[in-house]
Design a protein around this ligand. Sequence first.
Ligand SMILES: *[C@@H]1O[C@H](CO)[C@@H](O)[C@H](O)[C@H]1NC(C)=O
Ligand SMILES: *[C@@H]1O[C@H](CO)[C@@H](O)[C@H](O)[C@H]1NC(C)=O
Ligand SMILES: *[C@@H]1O[C@H](CO)[C@@H](O)[C@H](O)[C@H]1NC(C)=O
Ligand SMILES: *[C@@H]1O[C@H](CO)[C@@H](O)[C@H](O)[C@H]1NC(C)=O
Length: 660
Amino acid sequence: MLRITGVSPQLNESNLYKIYSYLVIITVASSLCYALYSMFTDTKNENENIENFTAGVSLLFGSLKAIIQLYDLKSAQLFTMLFAAIYTEFLTTYWGSELVKEYLAIGDCYYDIDFVGIDIRLQRSLRFMIQQTQKPIQFSVGGFSPLTMRTFLLECDFTGKRYTFDDIRLKSRNFNTNLRKKLDLRKGDVIAILLPNVADYPICVFGAFQAGLIVTTINPYYTSEEISRQIIDANVKAIVTLSSLYDITQKALKDVKMSIPILTVKTKTSNVTPEGGVDLNEFTQTNLEVNDTVDIHAEDVALLLYSGGTTGLPKGAEHTHHSIIANICQINNENLQYYPSRSEIYENRQLAILPWFHGFGIVFVLFSQLRLLTKIICAPKFTPKSFLDMLIKHNPTGLHLVPPLISFLATNPSVKREFLQSISTVVYGGAPLNTVDLHTFVNKINKKINLVEVYGLTETMVSCITAPSSNAKGELGTLQLVPNTCIKIVSPENYNVGLNANEIGEILIKGPQLMKGYCNRPSETKNAFFNKWFKTGDLGYYDENGSVYLTSRLKDMIKVNSFQVAPVELEEIIRRYKDVADVAVIGIPDKQYGEVPLAIVVSAPNAKLNITDLQKFVSNKVANYKQLRGGVIILDSLPKSATGKILRKDLLLMYKNNTF
Ligand SMILES: *[C@@H]1O[C@H](CO)[C@@H](O)[C@H](O)[C@H]1NC(C)=O
Ligand SMILES: *[C@@H]1O[C@H](CO)[C@@H](O)[C@H](O)[C@H]1NC(C)=O
Ligand SMILES: *[C@@H]1O[C@H](CO)[C@@H](O)[C@H](O)[C@H]1NC(C)=O
Ligand SMILES: *[C@@H]1O[C@H](CO)[C@@H](O)[C@H](O)[C@H]1NC(C)=O
């Protein structure tokens, strides 16, 4: 179960009363503000004015905060609201510029009563973010210095390529101009990237961003049918893939009678460009003369990430330059620095094994780690042997994983303790990690590391992350909201009804990192949001102390005699049974009860699972209606998504077709 600290207060009379008092304070404070502005600024240099003004405001608020604490006010809330109100008031009054509008767009959250978890320290990063928005490449690999120019930042054994920061910068600029000149691609056109994690990946993405294009990422393990579906859905105008994937790409296009340019990346084992394809190098080696004024705005869509979702066919979640950069700022904010800074004598090395076609991989690992000047070692595919070889060869300092990979590291005997000693930070998300694996892993590594859990969906990016202070003992910490993000818990039947402490409801999220909507699907977009809150479909509750607990997916709920049974709850119990390695619980139809839970288990190596005994074990621990009336089935392995989520719908299908 995930636990998140911070909860949104509901709007009630006492809150309203507080707001009236704030208004009074705001009036007084804005006068103060004007005085400050005059004190700290004198030229017409807007940027410097902002810089000085921000410094001034911090000063003022430093003292205000002290006063607030003295009087034991709910400081964070009061403080943030006050700050936001003054800032906005000030900006609207004294600057009529574009900048103000962008501030306001970000500050949007502030005017909501339900905010919490807003960290005012992010103000600076957010401002930075806006200024950089037009040049995403400089945002992600912007820290140029002699050090970064000559250090290799991307290494890829699979394609044999190594790039420095400067290579990434120049090659992506070239890719940008080549795309526009040779293929006549225009702002808003979609380019598909059908690649595993290879060194050319960021060059393609950043080049396309600079050209004003939208990038959609396709899973390289897709069938041609799945590729066709996404190409049609996203209206793709060009595609980049591996030379070894040329044939399947060509088939996908032919099946839907499309003909678009296919650029190919050579690898060590497939080092010729297929007939009909164009070598990517031809697009990245030279710069071409083009009119370089592509007008890119913060709210333009940049990434189209296909979200599997738990129901329906994949939909393209539209992320703007703004939402992406906002998320990078949020997860790299100064409170959450899990990595030491890079210097002449220290480098972080990340073994990038999570796929970059996925939102977690591309934003949280690729963009964000490049920004931290981390050296990225591309791991295009997972095999136990290649993973081990890379661990030994590259001594990574950080890993981003999904729970099945942590269990692999924890339980596989060929993974020796000494292979893990360089690691200082392990970040994981995508699915809950069971405590048995966690403890085995911590024991195996046997040294202090940062173990960081994150929570988010493709639509919400990473919205919660482990608080650094809470995992000091190498145990599971609690999650906290990333800055400028709010969560609230409402009744799934009526979103206007906020729930009280300890009542289970649906979790809604709001923040600048949310997707804009689903591509070409207005009604699904409308359904996905309630006002500006994204409906996660996850269920949870908060306690008296303001911590939020995630309990399960709404859609996965099993209804037994109209009582809701959360599969994760049963799974957690079953996992504790001695002979079980992994488990999934699904609801199957039943004449008497409507639905009953069925457990599909993978037994531990060399164990002889006694089903009767397992059922007895469970029935001792849960209410009558939650018992495993659907029975227990033993399988060799469970179907899982790229991020390690159990694919319950596949299990249901197997059940329906009787193919267990
Ligand atoms: C901002 O502050 C610096 C240092 O205090 C000062 O030198 C500079 O003139 C100020 N700029 C403006 C525009 O007031
Ligand atoms: C470049 O494009 C801009 C905007 O479309 C236009 O105003 C400008 O004249 C163009 N410059 C050249 C050299 O074509
Ligand atoms: C709330 O916090 C108090 C004090 O830290 C603690 O004793 C109590 O157990 C907490 N309640 C819950 C539900 O976590
Ligand atoms: C399985 O467990 C049941 C209940 O605990 C027990 O009665 C039975 O003897 C066990 N069967 C085997 C083969 O161990």
